[in-house]
Ligand binder design. Structure first.
Ligand code: PGA
Length: 257
């Protein structure tokens, strides 16, 4: 697998104006990167239309942070895949741990969203991760395999080729997160790769497996050096253009060595 996926979910942090100026800066950096790096950004829904205009003459891929699975209906406050399709997105993030934790999203719902995204030609970026109790009880692998199996349930090999998976241990995410050891990340990714190959013997090895959770300037290289890590899903370190620029340039240098 040659491509390295690097992207950021802005969560609820940037206004439209802030998002536009961020994207203008990122476009300049993107121009200097080799095509091995697949760069993507995931703004808030309110900024998507404007950011789409910004990225349309660039190689930056654009995604949404969530969506409903129905095309239309009485679902107050929700955004449908058909609405996102009107904007023209490359991907949609589904099942982030904050969606699971604060809005009770389940794997079965995420599965419906995955199918809806595929119907509209958007790549589902499916987030999975164990919480600290599950890790301490040594059931991380069982939990992750179950999440993967339910979220991808019923997909054909051709469909699953479009999917990206992000492993984000809940205990490693955000301000209070504890960065995972690279070795642990490597073991889990190898387990996820094995599970995907069991599920899809012909395609399982092709599905990009991204790592996320307190990825920072001190740990991103050890993470990316793990055999089955095919990309990085970055929060805080990528929201700041200065640190994101350093990360991208160092990554570029590292992979060209
Ligand atoms: P973080 O966020 O890098 O700020 O921990 C990661 C994520 O939630 O995807």
């Amino acid at each position: 697998m040659s491509k390295i996926w690097v992207g950021t979910n802005w969560k609820m942090t940037k206004t439209i104006a802030e998002g536009i100026s961020y994207t203008k800066e990122l476009k300049q950096i993107a121009n200097e990167l080799t095509s091995t790096i697949e760069l993507f950004i995931i703004p808030s829904h309110t900024a998507l239309v404007d950011i789409k205009k910004e990225v349309s003459d660039s190689r930056i891929k654009l995604g949404a942070q969530n969506m409903h699975w129905e095309d239309t209906g009485a679902y107050t406050g929700e955004i449908s895949p058909k609405m996102l399709d009107e904007i023209g997105l490359d991907l949609v993030e589904l099942g982030h741990s904050e969606r699971r934790q604060y809005y009770n999203e389940t794997d079965a719902e995420i599965n419906k969203k995955v199918r809806a995204a595929l119907k509209y030609g958007m790549k589902p970026l499916v987030c999975i991760g164990e919480n600290i109790d599950q890790k301490n009880n040594e059931i991380s692998q069982e939990v992750l395999a179950a999440q993967l199996k339910v979220c991808l349930k019923g997909l054909s090999g051709d469909q699953v080729k479009q999917v990206l998976v992000a492993y984000e241990p809940v205990w490693a995410i955000g301000e209070n997160g504890i960065p995972a050891d690279a070795e642990y990340v490597g073991e889990i990714h190898t387990f996820l790769r094995r599970t995907l190959i069991e599920m899809y013997p012909n395609i399982g090895h092709e599905i990009p497996l991204l790592y996320g959770g307190s990825v920072n300037l001190d740990n991103f290289l050890p993470y990316i050096d793990q055999k089955d890590v095919n990309g990085l899903f970055v929060g805080r370190t990528a929201w700041n253009m200065e640190t994101f620029t350093i990360l991208l340039k160092e990554l570029e240098k590292h992979i060209s060595e």
